[in-house]
Design a protein around this ligand. Structure first.
Ligand SMILES: [Zn+2]
Length: 532
């Protein structure tokens, strides 16, 4: 287990630390323009998981120009990389996701559904912002570390294909975190937030079941066929009956990825892709075993052959207490961004728009952007379950926290075009700048106060992993599903390319798209000042 010698740490006085922090904050303010360019550029790429080619090339170019050593193809994944700078201990890994959401293409700053490219993917989760935050923070910190001779190694890395929970367990398995002392992860949100312990999320296994039958003429000789599609349907029926006997914390959902070619040919091949989620590793493992058994039953009933492949996985998350506490102090010091009236008008109009359309009513009045800091998140006592993130697999191997930063609008459905609206506007730009400050200040604390990482490992060993041993869902031989989303990107990339952000010609992406900020439809009412 990595421990770094306190002797290596450069002692700094409280007054000196305060001065260095002040300098970091003003350096990050000076970088606002380049931060905005990174946010807007990655937004304009809008790439799906495993296909983040432009995004990864763009980010590694910036980091390489700034003296980072780049290693591409992390864990055999073409769009994954590490960017390393510095020397000695501590080694701190700094990550954020980079992939988008299918069909989430959306013009930023426009308060209703208006895609840039109809049907194309886009940043309907806001994964365009986290790396801009990380790069801004580490470049400011690097300058200070160089001048002050502070030891430490910074390793940036991307969450590739997070929407498929498909890479981070592989990063762990392939040893990328074995010499790391701590990990800071960033994720977009609508407020600042950091928490420790179990955060109430679910673990997940993402698995595709495939059936192989026998083709035949659908009318001329159906008795000679064995339908793989029948097997898919029977598996789904079996699973949906089984659902009644599962605990309420589970979430399971599926899409049919192959339902055959045309009705008059008995489908000889068919596949269904499941996400199986629950609160603990043993519960997810049980669901996985149940799904395999039900799939085997469907194959028996139809005389087909069943195979399955794991496409992704995540443990339930557990975050580190000492690092979260150190970070929360910096959140309080930085505070929420000052939102403009335009920012609030946009937010409120979007909240009203999605509360009444088919995305579902939340039942809450439009409240605008967050103006009150959330408190430090403590371990949940009870949770009904929810989403997943494969950062979890890193949290069970290295003391880790996730910094949630305010770049999105509260109360939206998530994984949705509406969640893209703020992500290349002043809301995201300001949130990323504020988030970069919190991250840089926390990293500096970790470099000059060795007790933070020492205590982080005490918590990790004596509390978090005392009775829970990490067992990965993936095996030694499973391979990342790097072919996912290839076809969708092949279809849409040529059209999306026309809208890549060009910062040499336009100040902002809003300017390039000719969008008045904010844009409301004539029937969307503009709240009066002081109305939110
Ligand atoms: Zn995400």
């Amino acid at each position: 287990m990595p421990l770094f010698a306190s002797a290596q740490v450069k002692k700094v006085s409280q007054a000196k630390l305060r001065a260095m922090k002040k300098e970091l904050v003003s350096e990050i303010d000076n970088q606002k323009k380049s931060t905005q360019e990174m946010v807007d550029m990655i937004f304009s790429f809008g790439e799906l998981g495993f296909q983040e080619e432009e995004t990864s090339r763009y980010l590694t170019d910036i980091l390489q120009k700034n003296g980072f050593t780049i290693e591409k193809g992390m864990a055999g994944i073409p769009t994954a990389w590490t960017a390393k700078w510095g020397s000695g201990k501590p080694v701190i890994a700094i990550g954020s996701d980079i992939d988008g959401i299918p069909k989430a293409s959306q013009k930023p700053g426009v308060a209703y559904h208006d895609p840039i490219v109809e049907g194309a993917p886009g940043h309907g989760e806001g994964h365009n912002a986290g790396q801009a935050l990380n790069v801004t923070a580490v470049l400011a910190l690097k300058k200070l570390m160089e001048r002050e001779g502070l030891p430490g190694t910074l390793v940036l890395w991307p969450g590739v294909a997070e929407e498929q929970v498909a890479t981070k367990a592989y990063y762990v398995r392939d040893g990328y975190f074995k010499d790391v002392d701590a990990c800071i992860f960033t994720h977009v949100s609508n407020n600042f937030k950091v928490n420790y312990g179990d955060d109430g999320a679910n673990g997940v296994v993402s698995v595709e079941f495939s059936f192989e039958g026998e083709a035949a003429h659908g009318a001329g000789a159906p008795w000679r066929g064995k339908s793989a599609l029948d097997a898919v349907e029977l598996m789904n029926i079996g699973w949906n009956y089984h659902r009644e006997h599962m605990e309420p914390t589970q979430r399971s959902h599926y899409v049919v990825t192959n339902g055959g070619d045309q009705p008059n040919v008995v489908p000889s091949e068919a596949s269904v892709w499941y996400f199986l989620r629950d609160r603990t590793y043993p519960k997810v493992k049980n669901m996985y075993d149940d799904a395999i058994r039900i799939a085997e039953g469907a194959a028996l009933m139809t005389g087909t052959k069943m195979t399955y492949r794991i496409l992704g996985s995540a443990w339930p998350r557990h975050f580190n207490k000492p690092i979260a506490e150190a970070m929360y102090e910096n959140i309080k010091a930085v505070g929420l961004p000052a939102w403009s009236e335009e920012d609030q008008v946009l937010a409120k109009a979007v909240q009203e728009e999605v509360s009444t359309n088919k995305a579902g009513r939340e039942g809450k009045p439009a409240q605008g952007l967050a103006t009150k800091l959330s408190s430090l998140g403590t371990p949940v006592e009870f949770s009904m379950g929810g989403g997943s993130d494969d950062i979890a697999d890193i949290t069970w191997n290295v003391p880790t926290v996730t910094l949630r930063f305010p770049s999105n609008i509260p109360g939206l459905p998530g994984h949705h075009w509406a969640n893209a609206i703020s992500m290349a506007t002043p809301i995201a730009h300001k949130g990323v700048t504020a988030g970069a400050k919190v991250e840089a200040l926390t990293l500096l604390d970790m470099l000059v106060k060795p007790e933070i990482i020492e205590n982080a490992w005490v918590y990790f060993r004596d509390v978090q992993t005392k009775d829970t041993k990490y067992i990965p869902f993936i095996s030694e031989t499973d391979k990342p599903a790097i072919e996912l989303n290839t076809k969708i990107m092949e279809e849409f990339r040529p059209e999306m390319k026309k809208y890549y952000y060009d910062p040499t010609k336009y100040n902002t992406y809003l300017e390039q798209l000719g969008i008045q900020y904010p844009t409301l439809r004539s029937d969307q009412k503009t709240p009066k000042a002081g109305d939110y």
